[in-house]
Design a protein around this ligand. Structure first.
Ligand SMILES: C[S@@+](CC[C@H](N)C(=O)[O-])C[C@H]1O[C@@H](n2cnc3c(N)ncnc32)[C@H](O)[C@@H]1O
Length: 225
């Protein structure tokens, strides 16, 4: 299994899980789950690296990619996935998450924040804005589905305002801006978010929990034969 932001929940359905990333820091911050091996890989893995670090041909039930497909060299990645997955029932599931929604007041500030952040994203991320609708995905649909995605769904995540800021700060665009001397979450912007959060009379700052929804876009498929 490749990188996956929800692997603690997903991992419990599998005996052995391998979580990979090219960033040692991301691996360091990953939730530690007993049946998960955390492996640092190169950005373009060779077949021998795949075999030694991940597994043999036709040995993997599920390959996932969470918010990472747009960074991969897909013409290299897809044949490797097909090689790794069990036949006929191996599955690749890839998803991305787009913009968080909290409430009208916070979302209005967020929209402005998003516009200012735009220039600091790298171009491959465009497919996330397009909810992976435009990404090449040459796999058959899983049994019972008439298409291989993407399908839109939402999840709710419990967050307080500080966690919300931590999430925004984890964006590579935020980091890029920072490296260029631009603080996207300036005191003024933080104040605007905070007021927007409190503006909603029924909800206090600490009540932001349960309100944040990450919209996610999925592609899922079955590799057969
Ligand atoms: C937006 S983050 C998502 C992290 C995690 N999968 C999650 O959902 O929380 C994208 C991740 O893709 C990783 N990444 C970038 N290029 C990669 C590659 N060629 N192979 C594997 N991971 C890569 C980055 O290091 C980063 O951790």
């Amino acid at each position: 299994m490749l990188s996956n932001c929800y692997f603690p929940q997903l991992a419990k359905y599998y005996k052995n899980v391998i979580a990979t990333d090219t960033s040692p820091k991301q691996l360091e911050f990953a939730a530690k789950v007993p049946n998960v091996r955390y492996i640092h890989t190169s950005a373009r893995m060779s077949m021998s690296e795949i075999e030694s670090k991940i597994g043999a041909e036709s040995s993997v039930d599920l390959v996932t990619s969470a918010q990472a497909m747009h960074w991969l060299d897909l013409p290299t990645f897809y044949p490797q996935v097909k090689w790794l997955l069990k036949k006929p029932n191996g599955v690749i599931a890839a998803w991305c998450y787009t913009m968080p929604q909290v409430n009208n007041s916070v979302d209005t500030i967020f929209e402005k924040f998003d516009i200012v952040t735009g220039p600091y994203w790298e171009s491959p991320r465009k497919v996330v804005d397009e909810k992976y609708k435009t990404i090449d995905f040459p796999f058959e649909a899983v049994d019972g589905c008439d298409h291989n995605g993407p399908s839109e769904f939402k999840i709710e995540k419990v967050m307080d305002l500080d966690s919300y800021f931590t999430y925004l700060k984890s964006w590579s665009a935020y980091q890029t801006a920072k490296e260029k001397g631009v603080e996207l979450l300036s005191e003024d912007v933080v104040d605007k978010f905070t007021s927007a959060c409190n503006e909603d009379g029924k909800r206090e700052k600490s009540d932001l929990s349960n309100l944040l929804e990450d919209w996610q876009s999925w592609k899922f498929v079955l590799i057969i034969k």
